[in-house]
Ligand binder design. Structure first.
Ligand code: AP5
Ligand code: MG
Length: 216
């Protein structure tokens, strides 16, 4: 299976779709947000610095993100394709990623953009809970609730709320998305690898459209 880069506004459904794809196609899911939150959980100096940035809706430095990313994609499990969720997030990261792929002689795969109205995405953060272990995302205000209240369906451990899920930080994250990440769509359009999906309806509808693109 080709690798997939998911590009979308905050809370558009990247993580949700990535976990569904991971389960269906047995592909590794690489979320830079999850990798950074795991670094925060270590509680060391670097973790505290990352926490400060994420909590304020700011990007973490390209150097840190690229280091975490490179380590991950070089794992044997990633040889035959993976899902990138939250990376690349700006043109500099996309260019650095192109160079890495050239070095390791790997194809970029395809880019799937999850299109969504800002207010719909913003409304989703109030009900979001996620599993700190596997990254599966839930929403207590929709049909994406866990089977047992407060517990991950897969890992059976307690779900957590994210520190950046509040309306003010959302505005900051959304503006950063428009300024830094959205230009990636035309960057990849020039390579002819971009597909769009409407992510504003339900996760089932999002997934149906993605499967159609993958031709399965
Ligand atoms: P990250 O964790 O990637 O956050 P984000 O991009 O803001 O995206 P989210 O995880 O909030 O949303 P999502 O699109 O995954 O939506 P989800 O599936 O959860 O990054 C966090 C921070 O880390 C960044 O702000 C930055 O500071 C830093 N960072 C990360 N990567 C970086 C990088 N490369 N460079 C620099 N800094 C970086 O869905 C949201 C909710 O909606 C859930 O409750 C879900 O259940 C529900 N839902 C999902 N899909 C649907 C649907 N179709 N219908 C109804 N409900 C749905
Ligand atoms: Mg996510």
């Amino acid at each position: 299976m080709k690798s997939i880069i998911l590009i979308a506004a905050p809370a558009a459904g990247k993580g949700t779709e990535a976990v569904i794809l991971k389960e269906q196609y047995n592909m590794p899911h690489i979320s830079t947000g999850d990798l950074l939150r795991a670094a925060v959980a270590k509680g060391d100096e670097r973790g505290n610095m990352i926490n400060e940035l994420i909590t304020n809706g700011k990007f973490v430095s390209d150097d840190i993100v690229l280091e975490l990313l490179k380590e991950k994609i070089l794992e044997p499990a990633c040889e035959n394709g993976y899902i990138l969720d939250g990376f690349p997030r700006n043109i500099a990261q996309a260019e650095a990623y192109d160079k890495i792929l050239e070095e390791i002689k790997r194809d970029i795969g395809i880019v799937i953009v999850l299109d969504i109205d800002k207010e719909i995405a913003k409304s989703r953060i109030s009900g979001r809970y996620s599993c700190p272990k596997c990254g599966k995302v839930y929403n207590i205000n929709t049909n994406l609730k866990p089977i047992n209240e407060g517990l991950c369906d897969i890992c059976n451990i307690e779900l957590t709320r994210r520190a950046d899920d509040n309306p003010d930080t959302y505005e900051e994250r959304y503006n950063t998305y428009l300024e830094k990440t959205e230009p990636l769509i035309s960057y990849y359009d020039k390579k002819g690898i971009v597909y769009h999906v409407d992510s504003g309806i339900s996760s089932e509808e999002t997934h149906k459209q993605v499967v159609k693109i993958l031709g399965e």
